[in-house]
Design a protein around this ligand. Structure first.
Ligand code: CUK
Ligand code: CUA
Length: 678
């Protein structure tokens, strides 16, 4: 029987000469006898066939399994997804194509396993500094924030490619941005961005990670004392801000002193993307609700969603950030500790332009060569593809249709659009492969549409054409192709991030998981390989990076403070353990190793300030210990080599049996000690 294309593909995936399973009939074909490959033993094919029958798997299921299966103990995941965890305030790390969850990184929310926010100074400080009562008076009243709604991760880049150094992610709810170091996959910094009360999709790194960008979503009330009548005069009282957070090239941390903002009209700024190559130096931000509707539906006013959808066009903001960087040095004013280029200066300096966008735009995504910018208007069945050449020419020729009410020049739509593709209902976000295809998510259609870009990829009537459409399950939001927003997409796989899963998984109560669907891009038609339920929050965006770009540490050099990634001055070596009395309490230098805490008795007086410096002196990968004190809400993870300090007031009398929370050794249960508060 001749092999179908799929069978051949499957054979290739299983290794040349290896076992080929699949095909329309479900027939199992054994590998060649001479190949010597691991899976080629005679008779194994028959067994696999029996398993497929017993489990009621169709031939195409077997092919899918082969394409995603990772043999026990092997590292066959070619890519990592870094997915926002949504409400969980975390980042999820997932292997592709296996779709196995590898890690959950605590970012804005305390995370008990990693001891993120449970007493370790390194993480407590990060969380605490992530709420700034100075520029956000409300924070002083409400206290530090302990959650975030993570939406848009942004991997650091060098020359427009991911470099595996850092990842940034925003908090949709509170206008904040965090930095995670990919050496140890830990959160090092949360910045409460001045002048941003909220933030959404404006997060990306510039092509050499000079800046990470974050903009407002719901515009910010400029003067909080004017809250009473603010909504009635929305256009004067509110503003948007596009923020360029300068990145320290050594640490990856954001440096407020070198950062700047551009004041924007109070349209709701939404997704954004950085230009690259042809469009290097530019930034594109969608907006919706350029109507500036503020609701009032109980009092007979137009509901917000109606008011916000009245106009046929909203505005793409086109920002020349390279120019803005220079202007920020001389013509900005400092507001809440941030340099801000005022709106009128941005206009007069030629930093800010607008282009009309079709109804309720959401995604804006720059193609790998930087030439094309794809916009999905939720209420328009087309993908609208802009061209940077056309944009810059129109700017040069002052080819403006009008000015908006803030005096910003609005480019003529026909002068800047390169093509339109009828893709289907509810287009949102676009990703790319290296061959000049765009993949756009269709929320209302529950589908992914594949289309062609224009020159140099496709010419004439081959350009801007719908070429494939794949139903997904269901209500897709974002989608991600591997390295699909870099200058060199890897293609191969796409993941659809579906908002609804309805009938895809067993019922686990009334709140259903989201559904990540892995899609094979290697064939002529897109094909779903597997579903992955996400039961922890609603991920929005995800980036997919080649696994070999990540060079994570397995252990810390002994005595490393994860916050500084340098030797902690209080790191303690074996034999250096001690307890000292201080003016107001007790200071302890301890070591942690299999299977003891030293010291294993700490005696203090009620009311003492207790400062514990603990060092895990292990150098073996995975030799992690935990340190938990009952009733004191202290729960710390000490990874191999990690040094941590925790401080608390011993305000409750009694004996408290601290213990190791990781089953680290045969004598793990014996790994305990006593805090005696008398
Ligand atoms: S948003 Cu969720 S589907 Cu927050 Cu990037 Cu478009
Ligand atoms: Cu250390 Cu259990």
């Amino acid at each position: 029987m001749p092999l179908s294309r799929r069978e051949l593909l499957t054979g290739a995936a299983a290794g040349a000469g290896g076992l080929v399973i699949g095909g329309v009939t479900g027939t199992v074909i054994g590998g060649g006898e001479d190949d010597g490959g691991a899976g080629a033993a005679t008779g194994l094919g028959g067994q696999a066939d029996a398993v497929a029958k017993a489990r009621d798997l169709k031939p195409e299921d077997v092919t899918r399994a082969l394409k995603t299966f990772v043999p026990p103990g092997e590292h066959k995941d070619e890519f990592f997804l870094f997915a926002s965890g949504g409400h969980s305030g975390q980042i999820l790390v997932i292997g592709v194509p296996s779709m196995r969850l590898l890690k959950v990184i605590g970012v804005f929310s305390p995370e008990p396993w990693q001891g993120h926010g449970y007493g370790a100074d390194s993480s407590d400080l990060v969380i605490k500094q992530g709420t700034d009562p100075k520029n956000k008076p409300v924070s002083a009243a409400r206290g530090p924030l302990t959650w975030g709604d993570t939406h848009h991760p942004a991997l650091s880049e060098t020359k427009g490619e991911y470099d595996g150094r850092w990842i940034y992610i925003n908090d949709r709810a509170n206008g904040r941005i965090a930095m995670v170091d990919l050496r140890d996959f830990k959160t090092k910094q949360i910045v409460d961005v001045p002048n941003l009360d909220s933030s959404h999709g404006g997060v990306f790194c510039t092509p050499n990670s000079e800046y990470v960008h974050i903009s407002t979503m719901s515009p910010t009330l400029v003067d909080p004392t004017k809250a009473a009548n603010a909504l009635e005069n929305f256009k004067d009282n509110f503003r948007g801000y596009s923020s360029f957070m300068a990145i320290d090239q050594k640490t990856g941390r954001m440096d407020l002193a070198k950062s700047f903002q551009i004041e924007l009209p109070p349209y709701t700024q939404d997704l954004a993307d950085s230009g690259k190559l042809a469009s290097d130096g530019w930034v594109f931000i969608n907006s919706y609700n350029s109507e500036m509707a503020a609701g009032g539906n109980l009092d007979g006013g137009k509901p917000i969603e109606v008011g916000a959808s009245a106009n046929d066009f909203d505005f793409m903001h086109i920002i020349n950030w390279k120019k803005a960087e220079t202007v920020a040095q001389s013509k900005s004013k400092v507001i809440n500790g941030m340099r801000v280029i005022p709106l009128d200066v941005a206009v007069s300096e030629g930093i800010l332009y607008l282009a009309p966008e079709p109804k309720s735009p959401h995604g804006v995504d720059v193609a790998p060569n930087g030439q094309y910018i794809s916009v999905g208007g939720k209420l328009d069945p087309h993908g609208t593809i802009y061209s940077i050449d056309k944009i810059t020419t129109a700017i040069k020729n002052s080819d403006f249709e009008k000015k908006d009410q803030y005096g910003i020049p609005v480019l003529k739509l026909d002068s800047v659009v390169a093509g339109r593709v009828e893709v289907g209902l509810g287009p949102l976000h676009t990703q790319y492969d290296a061959e000049g295809h765009g993949y756009i998510s269709l929320f209302l259609d529950s589908a992914v549409a594949k289309f062609t870009l224009g020159e140099p990829y496709f010419k004439g009537d081959q350009a801007f054409k719908l070429v494939d459409k794949l139903p997904v399950h269901y209500n897709i939001g974002h989608l991600v192709a591997m390295e699909g927003d870099t200058v060199k997409p890897a293609g191969k796989y796409l993941v659809a991030l579906n908002k609804w899963s309805i009938d895809r998984f067993p019922v686990v109560g009334t709140l259903k998981p989201q559904n990540f669907q892995l899609v094979d891009l290697t064939g002529e038609k897109m094909e779903i390989l597997t579903d992955m339920p996400i039961g922890i929050g609603e991920p929005h965006y995800t980036q997919g990076i080649r696994a070999d770009r990540i060079k994570a540490w397995e252990v810390y050099p002994v005595g490393t403070n994860p916050l500084t990634m340098e030797k902690d001055p209080n790191a303690t070596a074996k034999g250096g353990e001690k307890i000292s009395r201080t003016a107001d309490g007790v200071e302890v230098w301890g070591t942690v190793t299999r299977s003891q805490f030293k010291p294993d008795q700490i005696r203090v007086k009620k009311g003492d300030k207790v400062t514990l410096h603990l060092t895990n002196i292990e150098t073996t990968p995975d030799a992690t210990h935990g340190f938990s004190i009952p009733r004191y809400n202290v729960n710390i993870s000490l990874d191999p080599g990690e040094a941590v300090t925790t401080e608390f007031v011993a305000d409750a009398q009694g004996t408290f049996a601290y213990y190791c929370t990781e089953f680290c050794s045969a004598l793990h249960l014996e790994m305990q000690g006593w805090l005696v508060v008398s």
